[in-house]
Write a protein that binds this ligand. Structure first.
Ligand SMILES: [Mg+2]
Length: 313
C-alpha cells in the first residue's frame, strides 16, 4: 500500500489532510513538527511527504533540505504546502529539490493530481533502482562468462593470456621469476571416441579439479584448448615448477574417473619453462613450454620435461 507522510503544525489542518488522503485510499502517517517528520521519514521510508512550510522549530524547508542531502531518503518526493502563493520559500523549496507545491487552503482535486504525479515519479525512480541492480548483476555474470571456461571453471584462454602478460610485466619490473606449464591429456581423443563426449567432459572436469587442488593459491590455471591446459606460476624457477608439475602429473595418474560403471584412468604430459632475460613477450614463454610438452609426448607421455632458454637449442 502506498504510504504518505502528512506534516502540519496545526492539528485541524493535519487532521483534514490526513482524512483527504485516506479517502483516496492511501495509508497516512502524520507528524506535527519538522523533527518528528524527519525521524518518521528515516524510519518508515514513506513514498511521499506532504510538508507544511511554516512550522515552529525545524521548518518544512529545512526538513526538505535535510532530506535531499540524505542518500537514504533523497528520492522520496516532497510536496510543499504554503499559506501564501507568493511565498519566497516555495521557490527555495523547489530549488532544494521539492517535487511540487500546493497553496493552502488547497483545492482537493489539485492536491490529489499533484500527489498522483509525485507518486508516479517515485514509482519510476524505484523501478530504475531495481533495473540498475539487475543490470549490475547481468554485467557481473557477463564478466564471469568472459573470463571463465564454463565446463571446468578454470580461466579461459583469453583471460589466461591476459593474466600471463600481466605476470610477465610484473616479473620483469621487479626482476622476479615466473614459470609456465603446458599440460596435455594423453590419448584424450581415444577416450572421447571410445566412451563418448559426455565422458570426455567428465575427464576434463576431474583433471581440472586435480590441477586446482595441487597448485598454489597464487598460480593461475587456464584451459587453453580442448584438452590443453596451462599453469602460470609467479615467483618460482623452472626447477621448482617442474616439482609442482610432477605433483600434478602424479595426482592425475592416481585419478579413477567413474563414468557409467567404467573406471577410467588418464595421464598427462607436461612441458615446463621459466621466463628468461631475452624473452620479450608471453609468446616466447609459450613457445618454449610447447616445445617441452612436445618432447614429453615424444619421450613416451605421462612425464614432465623442462626446458630453459639455454637448453632449448
Ligand atoms: Mg504551519
Amino acid at each position: 500500500m502506498v504510504c504518505i507522510l502528512a506534516v502540519d503544525d496545526i492539528p485541524d489542518n493535519l487532521f483534514l489532510l490526513q482524512s483527504d488522503l485516506e479517502d483516496e485510499g492511501y495509508e497516512v502517517l502524520t507528524a506535527e513538527g519538522g523533527e518528528e517528520a524527519l525521524s518518521i521519514v528515516r524510519t518508515e521510508l514513506p513514498d511521499l511527504v506532504v510538508l507544511d512550510i511554516n512550522m515552529p522549530g525545524l521548518s518544512g524547508l529545512e526538513v526538505c533540505e535535510k532530506m535531499k542531502v540524505d542518500e537514504a531518503v533523497k528520492n522520496i518526493p516532497v510536496i510543499l504546502l504554503s499559506a501564501n502563493a507568493h511565498d519566497d520559500d516555495i521557490a527555495h523549496g523547489l530549488d532544494y529539490g521539492a517535487h511540487d507545491y500546493v497553496v493552502k487552503p488547497y483545492q482537493l482535486e489539485v492536491l490529489m493530481a499533484r500527489v498522483r504525479s509525485a507518486l508516479r515519479l517515485k514509482q519510476t525512480q524505484d523501478e530504475l533502482v531495481i533495473a540498475y541492480a539487475r543490470l549490475k548483476e547481468v554485467n557481473e555474470s557477463l564478466q564471469t562468462l568472459a573470463t571463465i571456461d564454463p565446463l571446468t571453471s578454470l580461466a579461459n584462454r583469453r583471460y589466461f593470456l591476459e593474466r600471463v602478460a600481466v605476470e610477465i610485466e610484473r616479473a620483469s619490473r621487479y626482476k622476479s621469476e615466473v614459470s609456465l606449464l603446458m599440460i596435455d591429456i594423453d590419448y584424450f581423443k581415444s577416450t572421447n571416441d571410445h566412451f563418448g563426449h559426455l565422458c570426455g567432459d567428465k575427464v576434463l572436469e576431474s583433471v581440472s579439479k586435480s590441477f586446482s587442488d595441487v597448485v598454489r593459491s597464487v598460480d593461475l590455471v587456464g584451459r587453453i584448448g580442448g584438452e590443453e591446459f596451462a599453469v602460470c606460476c609467479p615467483k618460482i624457477s623452472v626447477d621448482e615448477v617442474a616439482l609442482l608439475a610432477e605433483r600434478i602429473r602424479n595426482s592425475v595418474e592416481e585419478l579413477s574417473i567413474e563414468y557409467e560403471g567404467n573406471f577410467i584412468s588418464v595421464t598427462v604430459s607436461i612441458g615446463a619453462t621459466e621466463m628468461a632475460a631475452q624473452d620479450n613477450e608471453a609468446s616466447d614463454l609459450f613457445r618454449r613450454a610447447d616445445a617441452a610438452l612436445y618432447k614429453a609426448k615424444e619421450q613416451g607421455r605421462n612425464r614432465v620435461v623442462k626446458m630453459t632458454a639455454q637448453t632449448i637449442n
